[in-house]
Design a protein around this ligand. Sequence first.
Ligand SMILES: *[C@@H]1O[C@H](CO)[C@@H](O)[C@H](O)[C@H]1NC(C)=O
Ligand SMILES: CC(=O)N[C@H]1CO[C@H](CO)[C@@H](O)[C@@H]1O
Length: 257
Amino acid sequence: PGTRHLQPAMALRSFFVGGNWKMNGDKESLERLMCTLNTASLDDRTEVVCGAPSIYLDLVRSGLDLRIGVAAQNCYKEAKGAFTGEISPAMIKDCGADWVILGHSERRHVFGESDELIGQKVAHALASGLAVIACVGEKLEEREAGTTEEVVYAQTKVVAENVTDWGKVVLAYEPVWAIGTGKTASPEQAQEVHEKLRAWLRANVSDDVADSVRIIYGGSVTATNCRELASQGDVDGFLVGGASLKPEFVDIINARA
Ligand SMILES: *[C@@H]1O[C@H](CO)[C@@H](O)[C@H](O)[C@H]1NC(C)=O
Ligand SMILES: CC(=O)N[C@H]1CO[C@H](CO)[C@@H](O)[C@@H]1O
């Protein structure tokens, strides 16, 4: 897939940095973090979204400056009903948040969510008017067995089959072996998979979608490695774990500044 597409495409795609706070923080520490983010100088060409624990969505949406979006970290595939412990896209929207992270590797591998369930969640979240950060990524043994492409293509296929509006989807490539391990994919390793995912979108969805969908990288992104990763042609931003809870998140948001 040619460099022909590279320049106009990069111009089309604004940089996107998501923070995934996971199951961390309390009211006091989140207030402090929000104060840091609200008063920071953020590159206004970067779209920023923070993924808060669901119980704090309301607090975080009221506390964060409106230039920063808020995401839930998961949701269910139904609008309401007898699903004890789950939350719906309608509830997320009712708290003022516009995004949801779906298919994170911890949902897949700690909580056993299947590709099929993730596809159904993507369909329902989009139908309910949420934008979706859809995560894909291979495990270490899959990378070592040479099945990275097969795994991420299969995960992307199920997402794609359930997407009605690509304008509301960001694709996050998160190699499982690089999440919370301190191991980062090298900029070349990240670029290689991002380029393949974009080629997948070009062949299996459309040129327009391939050119416009942001493909972001997640996996031990820090203030130290973010600039080199951000300089790769098909890396359109990040989904940041641990570092999104620290002031260094601001440097990562400004990685392209
Ligand atoms: C299109 O999708 C199929 C199914 O996932 C995959 O095998 C194929 O490699 C894709 N095409 C490209 C060019 O990525
Ligand atoms: C609503 C919709 O398109 N659902 C599809 C989501 O993806 C699964 C798995 O590929 C399909 O079986 C569904 O039809």
